[in-house]
Ligand binder design. Structure first.
Ligand code: OFO
Length: 171
């Protein structure tokens, strides 16, 4: 059985992951508007990943006998100042999420909840990958510049990304 503090934090995290999904969907819509279908696809896949993260937390709470409580999702931004601004905002958001995951792990450690520590390790590793992927795109964008042929090629590359549900493979 989950202790109350951990249960509340897990419910907050379900909300945070769902917010992440909608934030990335909003970024996807922004890229469609800007004529960048590849980047729009990349963000849509990111949205699907975040929903899978939320669902994994949902299932975990249920498996531990806890009650999932769905909460209102705060308004996400709808516009940005170009490609670099979007990926800077994405990196900042992922760094914030890493902080939330670390906080969950701190609670699990302080409560000697070994099952939660084991479960959360997947997210600790996932956040390293999330931040690294976004940083890499940001570095590439800064290198090629945000206009012209480089962006056209990059947009085509971003179109290749497909959703793979890593949360299932880890179980
Ligand atoms: Fe769920 O990893 Fe991003 O936010």
């Amino acid at each position: 059985m989950l202790k109350e503090k951990m249960l509340n934090a897990l419910n907050e995290q379900i909300n945070a992951e769902q917010y992440s999904a909608l934030l990335y969907m909003s970024m996807s819509a922004y890229f469609h508007e800007k004529g960048l279908p590849g980047f729009a696809n990349w963000m849509y896949v990111q949205c699907q990943e975040e929903l899978s993260h939320a669902n994994k937390f949902f299932k975990y709470v249920v498996d531990r006998g806890g009650r999932v409580e769905m909460k209102a999702i705060k308004q996400m931004p709808n516009t940005w100042d170009g490609l670099i601004d979007v990926y800077e905002a994405t990196l900042e958001h992922e760094q914030m999420v890493t902080g939330l995951i670390n906080n969950l792990m701190d609670i699990a450690i302080s409560e000697s909840d070994h099952a939660a520590q084991s479960f959360l390790r997947w997210y600790v590793d996932e956040q390293v990958e999330e931040e690294a992927n976004v940083q890499e795109i940001l570095d590439t964008l800064k290198l090629v510049g945000v206009q012209g042929n480089g962006i056209f090629m990059l947009d085509r590359e971003m179109r290749q990304r497909i959703f793979v549900d890593d949360t299932q493979a880890a179980e």
